[in-house]
Design a protein around this ligand. Sequence first.
Ligand SMILES: C[S@@+](CC[C@H](N)C(=O)[O-])C[C@H]1O[C@@H](n2cnc3c(N)ncnc32)[C@H](O)[C@@H]1O
Length: 263
Amino acid sequence: MVDPSPAPLSLAPKFAPDRLTLVGVGPGDPELLTVAAVKALEQADVVAHPVAREGESGMALAIALPWLQPQQLLLPLAFPMVAEAEPRISAWHEAADALARHVRTGRRVVLLCEGDVSLFATGSYVQLALRRRHPDLSFALIPGIPSVCAAAAAAAGVAVDLPLALQQEGLLIRPCPETASDFRKLLQSARYASTVLGLIKVGHRWPWVCAALTEMGLLDQALFAQRVGWSDQWVASASQVPPDARPYFSLLLIRQLWPEVLP
Ligand SMILES: C[S@@+](CC[C@H](N)C(=O)[O-])C[C@H]1O[C@@H](n2cnc3c(N)ncnc32)[C@H](O)[C@@H]1O
């Protein structure tokens, strides 16, 4: 006989689409959206999406496109990729205000975010700006598959097994350091702390990163992943990647140690 387990307190879906939802759309493949993300997209009147410059089309929109319908209003929001603070702060404020305006006209609005919505994501800045500038406006977040996780999964497809973390290990996901000396220090501290590294924003840093990995004898312990989930995805041992600059959408997974007890 089935044990009568406690009745659930609420049958409401965990990710019931709100009036405003920040949606992680995964790293590239439209099949890697969650069911919750697809439902939120289907129910949206307005689909906001980040672009680097006005008139451009963004990655997040390209990923979500198969799930969108012609009657939905597309709302590109420009987030300049610059080092200065001011243009970025203005862009976050303008984005939050634009989203709030649409929500206040009674529309259901989604903001698309590439990968996960809380991991090095423009969506996080918009989230903070919304909370400060429109504290009365509630919104929901739907997590997405992070590029680092998608890269570890894609590695198996090229017969490279690189679990992100096992047993007592740590996992550090962060941008690639800016200098070779900081990169070497990071590798040493990660090794000391049994921590696997997921380094994003490798792109144009690859020539000196590759040289440092070679010098430290770590090329074979590193997985390089470029445009994961896209039709031109390239995932390979770092030892197979020529030392030229790579695209912005590239990352490294570095596992220097393995636990003693393994199958
Ligand atoms: C601003 S971060 C966005 C991270 C994203 N929110 C996530 O959850 O993966 C951009 C960096 O993530 C990495 N990245 C994002 N998507 C990627 C993909 N499809 N393939 C490889 N790297 C990717 C790249 O290193 C890129 O420089």
